[in-house]
Design a protein around this ligand. Structure first.
Ligand code: TYD
Ligand code: MG
Length: 454
């Protein structure tokens, strides 16, 4: 029999290679290839058309099978989940170290346990004593959460099999788990995948809502193979700047709900507080308008959130290549907007460094922000503040037109409610009976004229 071929798996992206290389050919990470147990290959001659067990097929409209969602009681968490935990589902929660994943899940676990459901929290990272100390700090010591410090999946599943099946199970984190049926150290691709598979199978068979905490690599992906994201039902990411107070819980994938709702939390001394009305959070509260700052009424799911976009333009003397740095927005979109401003409006940014920042550590992905970003850029370039208490919305096309956006009326009404009195945007958006003084800008050039002539 031929010797099984060695295979090497990249620990960053999960791609397989048949010889060891210093750099992964797929994701270009260095030193991530690790030898993996060879896969068993079945002979193609195997006949699979007999000897299996019968699989039950049901009709799509079979009634009475929809599982009820279990509310965690943390309304912002439930909102991001699309209405609560689904029994028998697996959720992967990613986020930077120290962002508050363990805190959030301990708070959710305590809430569910206080409702009288059985809840288990398994920490592979901290000793039970540490988790208890955190619970004491959060004022949750009296919640009947079953707490364990363990990393062996076999031990965990054996123990769970002997106690009351939990409604809600937290595994913190999947990278610390190991299974004795799989070779390799905890955290390697095969271990992460194998442990997740066993835990998810347990959750599905027993109707447990399972949360797996996943570490995040420096480029923002959940460490371990991408297959983990395929195995679970929901992928959530907990985001924010550690130096800022606000945290945003976002669903990146959800087999049971929409992925556009977010949960907003604030990290306080005694844990995460829910922020029910986030629309004012990310504004500076400054009275006097400043050059290079524009306010954008964003939509997060069904809720409007007002954001301040800040631009800084530094003219360069020499012919050095100017920098473009973006925090909280898309690099490629900034490059596109600068190109449109140059070619359609005759402005020049080519010998200037451009810095763009979304205030409050917020990550913005709404294309309707184009006009606000352009307004901040033009205002910074001209060193002229935009009109006081104004909001800007609209998508900008490559031809320099300002295009309509979804939910224009809702956004403007929210801005009006928060004390803004001027709105600028595409021509076919009505002011939504918001009471705002709304100016239509059909072309990006109209914006430039307005700012330059003010
Ligand atoms: P943690 O939940 O341990 O983060 P993760 O599990 O994502 O790594 O949160 C750790 C941070 O949260 C830590 O830097 C301190 C801060 N924190 C507070 O500010 N208030 C609190 O009540 C708690 C428990 C943590
Ligand atoms: Mg943690």
């Amino acid at each position: 029999m031929a010797k099984p071929k060695k295979r090497y798996v990249c620990q960053a992206c999960g791609s397989v290679s048949h010889r060891w290389q210093g750099q992964c050919a797929d994701c270009a990470e260095w030193n991530t290839l690790v030898e993996d147990a060879p896969a068993t290959v079945f002979s193609l001659k195997h006949d699979l058309s007999s000897g299996g067990r019968a699989v039950e097929f049901v009709d799509l409209d079979k009634p009475g099978e929809m599982p009820l969602r279990q509310k965690t009681g943390l309304a912002e968490f439930d909102r991001a989940l699309g209405g609560g935990l689904v029994p028998g589902s697996a959720i992967l929660m990613g986020g930077d170290p120290g962002i508050g994943k363990s805190t959030l899940l301990l708070q959710a676990a305590a809430k569910v346990a206080r409702e009288g459901h059985s809840v288990a929290y398994v920490s592979g990272e901290e000793a039970s004593g540490q988790v208890r100390m955190r619970a004491a700090r959060l004022g949750l010591s009296d919640a009947p959460v079953k707490l364990a410090a363990a990393t062996g999946v076999r031990d965990i599943l054996t123990t769970l099999g002997q106690m009351e099946t939990p409604k809600f199970l937290v595994i913190d984190s999947i990278q610390t788990m190991h299974s004795d049926t799989i070779e390799g150290a905890p955290g390697t691709v095969s271990q992460v995948r194998g442990c997740a598979f066993e835990l998810i199978r347990y959750a599905k068979e027993n109707g447990v809502a399972l949360v797996l905490v996943g570490h995040v690599t420096k480029d923002g992906n959940i460490a371990g193979p991408r297959v983990l994201e395929h195995m679970v039902d929901v992928v959530m990411s907990f985001e924010g700047e550690r130096s800022h107070q606000y945290r945003i819980l976002r669903a990146l994938k959800n087999r049971f709900g929409a992925v556009d709702e977010i949960g907003v939390f604030a990290m306080a001394g005694d844990g995460l507080e829910e922020v029910e009305n986030p629309s004012m959070l990310f504004l500076s509260g400054r009275e006097q308008p400043m050059a290079g700052s524009a306010v954008f009424p964003a939509m997060e799911g069904t809720r409007p959130v007002l954001l301040e976009i800040q631009a800084l333009i530094v003219k360069l003397q020499s012919g050095a290549t100017p920098r473009r740095a973006v925090v909280g927005w898309d690099n490629g979109r900034l490059a596109m907007l600068l190109a449109v401003l140059e070619s359609r409006c005759g402005l020049s940014f080519s010998s200037a460094e451009v810095y763009l920042n979304v205030a409050g550590g917020y990550r913005l992905s709404d294309p309707a922000a184009d006009l606000a970003v352009a307004a901040a850029l033009v205002s910074a370039l001209a060193d002229k503040p935009l009109p006081n208490r104004s909001v800007w919305l609209g998508e900008v096309s490559l031809a320099g037109e300002v295009r309509p956006v979804a939910h224009g009326g809702v956004r403007l009404r929210e801005a009006a409610k928060l004390g803004f009195d001027k709105g600028f945007g595409p021509s076919d958006t009505k002011n939504g009976s918001s009471g705002l003084d709304y100016s239509q800008l059909g072309q990006l050039a109209n914006l430039v004229d307005r700012v330059m002539s003010s």
